[in-house]
Design a protein around this ligand. Structure first.
Ligand code: COS
Length: 405
């Protein structure tokens, strides 16, 4: 893809900055954090210092004052080196901050967005529940209005930043008779589970945020991939949430969160694209160095055709991702395009990383090369923020709607 089709010189400068940071700071520690599952506080602090935790938000709100394309570039570029760092940018920005930017009151925006955009605290998004995954409208968490507060009870599952985060946007049922229109969203705050690390690096905790009684993180997931990203349950036991922490009107929670996921899906598509491209870079390097039968294995047609297929699909994926991001940035409808990009690129990431492992042969199956981690990191891209099956539902429903069926 020609760099100037979607990007300005400033976008290319962002790409260079993220590329250098990923290469110099993230690449050397990625395998260790994958192994230990420790949240990479030091490099997350580095990302915060570069403004990568608030790229698209206005400077008045503490953001970098950039745009959706720059944000998409950052995720894409970071994922070439480490998918866990890339999902930290994406989940924090789109899932953990954008609902406040888009649906919050002026007071909520000035209270929370500067803290999140600067990375002073880490944010998250609580939609999924043990019994409400693809069927996001099946939310069981309840929010009962009592005077000037709501009382929340329930459990969320697979929440990115569930432990390390302090600000969460969560859905709960306020009117069980109204289905998805009886779901409302709220801003909840708690203390990070890792106060010691947060204090050591100087981000991740604010004493002035209320610690809501009864709101806590539960079990940390031991995952196949994205292992340096913190994924936990969120538990609400009679959590009293002031009315001023309701995000948007009662009954708007589902639609608002679906819109948030449209944007999130462009982020996961960019992440998947980065993984595929990172895998291709590794496969190119290895196959031109590795010699068998007297020549570099890239000289064998069986290998070179695989490289050609990866490169071709990556090129197609770039157009899907940056077209969806461009539509979003220009305020045009992009729900279908976001799901198409997510569907295609997540499945591409799986194919490309699997091919990269195959090209590396026995070495690819060990932790001596990053392709093994990349293949594990790719799998969840077909699951998180809507499975491939759900993306097909969204695309087909939207297509039928467009022809009035
Ligand atoms: N943007 C705006 N509104 C949307 C929307 C979107 N992307 N998707 C749905 N809505 C609206 C619909 O228009 C409908 O409103 P009206 O009745 O006023 O028309 C309402 O929300 C209910 O929509 P729908 O009937 O389509 O809901 P379903 O229960 O059938 O669910 C799917 C639709 C399957 C698409 C949805 O549940 C989904 O995306 N599931 C996957 C959830 C997911 O990605 N989870 C991963 C979270 S990881 S952070």
């Amino acid at each position: 893809m020609d760099d100037h089709l979607y990007f300005t010189e400033s976008h290319l400068a962002v790409r260079e900055m993220v590329r250098a940071f990923a290469r110099d700071e993230v690449a050397p520690i990625a395998a260790r954090h994958d192994e230990t599952q420790e949240f990479p506080w030091a490099t997350v602090k580095g990302m915060a210092d570069l403004g990568l935790l608030g790229i698209p938000w206005a400077e008045e709100l503490g953001g970098a004052g950039f745009d959706t394309l720059a944000y998409t570039i950052a995720i894409h570029e970071m994922a070439k080196v480490c998918a866990s760092h890339a999902i930290t940018i994406s989940a924090h920005t789109t899932l953990g901050t954008s609902p406040i930017v888009h649906f919050g009151t002026p007071e909520q925006k000035t209270r929370y967005v500067p803290l999140l955009a600067s990375g002073a605290v880490i944010g998250g998004f609580g939609l999924t529940e043990p019994g409400a995954g693809s069927d996001a409208g099946g939310t069981r968490t309840t929010a009962e209005r009592r005077g000037d507060r709501y009382v929340l009870n329930g459990t969320k599952r697979f929440i990115t930043h569930g432990g390390v985060g302090e600000v969460f946007l969560v859905t709960a049922v306020t009117d069980p008779a109204r289905g998805t229109k009886g779901i409302t969203s709220f801003i909840l705050t708690k203390e990070t589970c890792d106060l010691e690390s947060a204090r050591r690096v100087g981000i991740g905790h604010r004493d002035d945020l209320p610690v809501m009684k009864g709101f806590r993180a539960g079990k940390k997931e031991d995952k196949l991939g994205w292992r340096a990203s913190d994924t936990r349950e969120l538990i609400f036991e009679d959590v009293e949430v002031p009315v001023e922490n309701r995000l948007g009107e009662e009954g708007r929670g589902f639609v608002n969160f679906m819109q948030t996921l449209d944007a999130g899906r462009v982020g996961v598509a960019a992440l998947s694209l980065g993984l595929a491209e990172g895998a291709l870079e590794q496969a190119l390097r290895y196959s031109t160095e590795r010699r068998q039968f007297g020549q570099a294995i890239a000289q064998f047609q069986g290998v070179s055709f695989q490289l050609a297929d990866m490169a071709t699909e990556i090129e197609a994926g770039k157009h899907l991702v940056y077209h969806a991001a461009w539509l979003a940035q220009h305020g045009k409808p992009y729900r279908k395009e976001a799901s198409m990009a997510k569907l295609f690129c997540s499945e591409l990431a799986m194919r490309a990383t699997t091919k990269a492992v195959q090209i590396h042969g026995g070495y690819g199956y060990t932790k001596d090369y990053p392709v093994e981690r990349m293949m594990r990191d790719a799998k969840v891209c077909e699951i998180g923020e809507g499975t491939s099956e759900i993306q097909r539902v969204v695309v087909s429903r939207q297509m039928l709607r467009e022809i009035g069926a």
